[in-house]
Design a protein around this ligand. Structure first.
Ligand SMILES: Cc1cc2nc3c(=O)[nH]c(=O)nc-3n(C[C@H](O)[C@H](O)[C@H](O)COP(=O)(O)OP(=O)(O)OC[C@H]3O[C@@H](n4cnc5c(N)ncnc54)[C@H](O)[C@@H]3O)c2cc1C
Length: 326
């Protein structure tokens, strides 16, 4: 029975990522009032974050607080979580389908000898109490529903899909510190180099302004950044723009880039190739700006503007600046 959930919270530099709250919200919804929603929190100096997990639905938080866990390490995190799962035996384990989560989840599933459903976008409880899991396949062209027979059922959840609960600061959770014994680590992360002035993380953004080959050059992204600034949006790109060297690969949306699910996706000078759509077609509202009325992007767009993006985007920026200021 899917009554006992373990949500692996994700934090970066002492800040919990939004997907942690989204997973708790979904676990809470599925577990109902009788079920148990627990969270695992790994890191160094992270114990104060446990209360936020309680506010968002956790009944209990297992805290693994150790210098060895300060930076994400696949080996160390897998060892700690495998020990925890064996000890508490949850029915379901949720991990974010983030860069770290996509690295961690398969390793943990293998260590536990269980199946894993990745990048999931929906759950329901079947008659036997097991979860029915919905996930896009074939680059988003089809949706499958599966049931994992092994226990715990493990899944990674696509960020920005599941609504978090409204935080209730009166909610408390039991906090249990767990012993950390990671053993010898063969591959050690010694540090992260952060990009200067990096904008909002693409996979967590509510709004994305994205550019493709139609920009004609790297200067086009400056025009998009103006619009992004007004909308507090992240900047995305097609592979053509990335391959041309106009913008870093970390901005690429699509099959070989990031999967995003914002409330609003504005595609500028992007034709809408299947591999690009694979990463953004589940966006809630899609706006396409393209000078070719036959561009395939218009087939998935909720709103289409046919025209030169260099005329339209500055106009949009100006109008929105005024509307949003007022
Ligand atoms: C295995 C594989 C993986 C791939 N992975 C990805 C991926 O992750 N992400 C991805 O994006 N692609 C991916 N691709 C590439 C994909 O097939 C397309 O080649 C790519 O998405 C095209 O990018 P684009 O739409 O920017 O360029 P184009 O297809 O060249 O489209 C440019 C568009 O801009 C329009 N345009 C031109 N000038 C203007 C203007 N002034 N104003 C308005 N519109 C204008 C044109 O009408 C055209 O529609 C992958 C391909 C393969 C084979």
């Amino acid at each position: 029975m899917a009554k006992h959930f373990l949500v692996v919270a994700e934090q970066s530099e002492g800040v919990l990522r939004k997907v942690s709250f989204e997973m708790l919200g979904e676990a809470r919804r599925l577990a109902g009032s009788e079920g148990k929603v627990e969270a695992a929190l790994l890191g160094s100096g992270v114990e104060p974050l446990a209360e936020q997990l309680a506010w968002h639905g956790a009944d209990k938080v297992y805290v693994a607080d150790d210098a060895a866990l300060q930076l994400y390490s696949a080996e160390a995190y897998t060892t700690v979580l495998a020990d925890l799962v064996k000890k508490i035996q949850p029915d379901v384990v949720f991990i974010g389908a983030t860069t770290n989560g996509k690295d961690l989840a398969p390793r943990l599933a293998t260590r536990l000898g269980v199946g894993l459903a990745s990048d999931c976008t929906g759950f329901s409880v079947d008659g036997d109490g097991k979860l029915l899991i919905t996930r896009p396949i074939y680059a988003g062209r089809a949706i499958e529903t599966i049931k994992l027979k092994s226990t715990p059922q493990m899944a990674t959840l696509r960020p920005n899909v599941f609504p978090p609960l409204e935080p209730d600061t009166s909610r408390k959770a039991e906090v249990e510190k767990i012993a950390v014994n990671v053993g010898p680590i063969r591959a050690k992360v010694v540090g992260f180099l952060k990009k200067e002035g990096e904008e909002i993380e693409l996979t967590e953004a509510d709004i994305i302004v994205s550019g493709g080959r139609g920009l004609g050059g790297p200067e086009g992204f400056e025009v998009l950044r103006e619009l992004a600034k007004v909308l507090k949006a992240a900047v995305g790109a097609s592979r053509a723009a990335v391959d041309a060297g106009w913008i870093d690969h970390s901005h690429q949306v699509g099959q070989t880039g990031k999967t995003v699910n914002p409330k609003l996706y504005i595609a500028c000078g992007i034709s809408g190739a299947a591999q690009h759509l694979a990463g953004m077609r589940t966006s809630k509202v899609i706006v396409a700006i393209n000078k070719d009325p036959e561009a395939p992007i218009f087939k998935v767009a909720d709103y289409g503007i046919v025209g030169d993006l260099y005329k339209i985007v500055p106009l949009l920026t100006k109008e929105l600046q005024e509307v949003l200021r007022g």
